[in-house]
Design a protein around this ligand. Structure first.
Ligand SMILES: *[C@@H]1O[C@H](CO)[C@@H](O)[C@H](O)[C@H]1NC(C)=O
Ligand SMILES: *[C@@H]1O[C@H](CO)[C@@H](O)[C@H](O)[C@H]1NC(C)=O
Ligand SMILES: *[C@@H]1O[C@H](CO)[C@@H](O)[C@H](O)[C@H]1NC(C)=O
Ligand SMILES: *[C@@H]1O[C@H](CO)[C@@H](O)[C@H](O)[C@H]1NC(C)=O
Length: 455
């Protein structure tokens, strides 16, 4: 409710904003034809298809289970679509619970989302001299952490890089109990009185947790993006990581005080998630030094219920160039931009209209197939060499139309969208739909930007 009022107020301020017409397909081509094998990951890693502008510093970004990851899990340990999609449902429900339950506001750290669906990793440098640490990126949580020496199995998990050793970094310091940063942690975090060290605990919604010393050290994101005295958790015990997962920790990109966003000088970041798990994407800090006209920009909203999440507002959806008959008011609860949720969740009336329009196009060409987990609109693409994928564009607040890449529309032969539980719950823009787009979170500037064909 508070969120909706906030959104309304902000919307009133937008009346003067330029309105662009959505991308209606001028030539009448309602489809993109993609080779079926382009929708599938390969066994080998493909480099970036498009190199980010040379005026920017960026980090390569990979899917943790793909061949670009230095330690992809063995084939037997790879997860099936059904288990991936059920964990995704778990995350979406955890987000929606967190937004509807005001009681959790004060204990944000205690109710972080699950780790299970996080998929994309980057390698940053921690300490002086910098030590490489491979971390999951997460826009749905705030506190960053890595495993620190000592961290013994099985109380910790196996990781790909050397354990971060605080005693070898000249800039490391544990935060004392009385420090303001320690006081800002939620109540169940605390103090180790014997050592006067701040203790942090994050319990994730899926039962995973991490605990250790809340600390500060130099974080080197890229050689030109160095955050001095970066506050993070030095984990001495954690549970819930799949054994095959060798990542060292997590980089929290949410909007709350503990996040990298609140600590970095430039309060903006962007990433491009690659088209398949076998491609490379990128991550950057700061507002890109490229003509902003290349980004389609929509306002970024925040919610009174949770400082963590970044919201955008959808106005419409087009399928094959035609706008769905869904009034904009259906989208008024907003949608969370999330790097960790896989499948986009739409309000039920919007999903129903999308499913109907998409099916009407697909059924002319392909026979239906059984549902796959939460994906209920599937087609039998067996033996199809070139798949004709109806164009789908999301039209955001301000009339900004963002056409999705075919790999952001079809997953496992199914329409890669799902319905939220209720009309009034916030939607979620998931990471499948974000593929190949550079998504800019300009937190300081109050905007989210999308640049097509970025990776
Ligand atoms: C973390 O989870 C494990 C296993 O569920 C549990 O034994 C442990 O007490 C938890 N730690 C904290 C700090 O909550
Ligand atoms: C932005 O790019 C232009 C042209 O590439 C360059 O001259 C300028 O120094 C850059 N600005 C920053 C802040 O990097
Ligand atoms: C898909 O079509 C192929 C032949 O075109 C058929 O053999 C197969 O059983 C179908 N699969 C499903 C799930 O209907
Ligand atoms: C959700 O919205 C649709 C269309 O706006 C309406 O027909 C439906 O009754 C609503 N469902 C609930 C549970 O309010």
């Amino acid at each position: 409710m508070v969120l909706r009022m906030l959104l309304l107020l902000l919307l009133l301020g937008l009346q003067a904003a330029a309105i662009f017409s959505p991308t209606v397909d001028a030539k009448g081509h309602g489809y993109r034809v993609v080779a079926a094998n382009k929708l599938q990951p390969k066994a080998v890693c493909s480099a970036l298809r498009v190199i980010p502008p040379s005026s920017r510093t960026w980090l390569p970004l990979y899917h943790r289970n793909g061949p670009c990851s230095a330690t992809p899990p063995p084939h037997s340990a790879r997860t099936t679509p059904t288990s991936i999609l059920s964990r995704d449902q778990f995350r979406a429900e955890a987000i929606q619970r967190r937004l509807s339950n005001k009681a959790t506001v004060a204990t944000t750290l205690g109710t972080a989302l699950g780790l299970g669906t996080l998929e994309y990793v980057v390698a940053v440098g921690l300490g002086t001299p910098p030590v490489r640490q491979t971390v999951l990126i997460d826009t749905g949580s705030d506190l960053s952490w890595v495993q620190c020496r000592p961290c013994h199995l099985p109380g910790c998990h196996r990781q790909r890089d050397a354990l971060f050793d605080p005693s070898k970094s000249s800039t490391y310091s544990p935060l004392p109990c009385g420090s303001p940063a320690c006081a800002r942690l939620a109540a169940q975090n605390g103090c180790s009185r014997s050592s006067n060290r701040c203790r942090y605990i994050v319990r994730y919604g899926d039962g995973s947790n991490t605990t250790g010393t809340y600390s500060s050290d130099t974080l080197t994101v890229t050689p030109s993006d160095v955050v001095a005295s970066f506050r993070f958790g030095c984990s001495h015990a954690d549970t819930g990581f799949p054994d095959a997962d060798r990542t060292d920790g997590l980089l929290g990109l949410g909007g709350d005080a503990q996040s990298l966003m609140s600590q970095a000088g430039q309060r903006a970041f962007s990433y491009c998630l690659p088209p398949t798990v076998s491609h490379t994407g990128f991550f950057t800090l700061g507002v890109p030094n490229v003509s902003s006209a290349r980004f389609a920009v929509t306002p970024l909203y925040r919610s009174a219920q949770s400082a963590t999440f970044y919201f955008v507002i959808l106005q419409a959806i087009t399928v094959a160039g035609r706008r769905l008959a869904v009034p904009p008011s259906v989208f008024s609860a907003g949608a969370i931009m999330d790097s960790g949720t896989i499948i986009t969740r739409l309000p039920p009336p919007a999903y129903a209209a999308l499913r109907a329009a998409f099916t009407a196009e697909m059924i002319k060409m392909y026979p239906p197939a059984p549902a796959a987990g939460i994906l209920d609109t599937c087609f039998n693409l067996t033996g199809v060499r070139n798949v004709r994928v109806p164009r789908v564009a999301l039209v955001f607040d301000g009339g900004v139309a963002v056409e999705l890449h075919p790999t952001g529309i079809i997953q496992y032969g199914c329409l890669a969208f799902a319905s939220s539980r209720g009309n009034r719950s916030a939607g979620i823009i998931g990471n499948v739909q974000q593929r190949t787009l550079e998504v800019l979170y300009d937190v300081a500037g109050g905007a989210v930007g999308f640049r097509r064909g970025a990776c």
